[in-house]
Ligand binder design. Structure first.
Ligand code: GAR
Length: 192
């Protein structure tokens, strides 16, 4: 079996990245993680990736004259790793249309809500404020519209009466770590 080469884009702690790295260690997993790219040099996930022997790079958008040049440089980096699939895992930058179109059908994201509900930021706080009884997470294809691409997998969790943002986020995160590797597996196997 030839494994698909995957790059993970992060901005922070990288717990979803870690879940993907762990899953990809299984000999029969159809994808391998070849690189982790962060837009923040201080992202804790970079050190974790390096500790697994995975290539890492950080590129700060502020160092580039334009978003296009920043994203073109990301593309060069991804091409140097011969990437087939890009996984966004807490990558907190909106990507431009050219970059998104270049990776159409090959770039996926994990979002902490039951899309199409609660696109954007602060999903847990907004779910609590709205008095929802149910929340969850979605792995979806990345398209130019923010959090709008087709869903690959979703997981649901209950919202409990005494939940805080933190307890709810933690319950959702467990499910994120479960469905993201499964969604990557399906994409790598061409089941999408
Ligand atoms: C995750 O909860 C992910 O779903 C969310 O950021 C967190 C990153 O955590 N992503 C978004 O909100 C994207 N809009 P991690 O760095 O530990 O994976």
């Amino acid at each position: 079996m030839s494994k698909k080469k995957v790059a993970i884009l992060i901005s922070g702690r990288g717990s979803n990245m870690s879940a993907l790295i762990e899953a990809a260690k299984a000999p029969d997993f159809p994808a391998e993680i070849v690189g982790v790219l962060s837009n923040k040099a201080a992202a804790p996930g970079l050190e974790i990736a390096a500790s697994h022997g995975i290539a890492t790079a950080s590129l700060a958008q502020s160092k580039f004259p334009s978003r296009e040049m920043f994203e073109d440089t990301m593309t060069l980096m991804l091409e140097s790793w011969e990437v087939d699939i890009v996984c966004l895992a807490g990558f907190m930058r909106v990507l431009g249309e050219d970059f998104v179109n270049r990776w159409e059908g090959r770039m996926i994201n994990i979002h902490p809500s039951l899309l199409p509900a609660y696109k954007g930021l602060d999903t847990h706080a907004r779910v609590l404020a709205a008095g929802e009884k149910e929340h969850g997470c979605t792995v979806h294809f990345v398209t130019p519209g923010l959090d709008e691409g087709d869903a690959i997998l979703q997981a649901r969790v209950p919202v409990l009466p005494d939940d805080t943002e933190d307890t709810l986020a933690a319950r959702v995160l467990v499910e994120e770590h479960r469905i993201y590797p499964e969604a990557l597996k399906q994409l790598a196997l061409g089941k999408m």
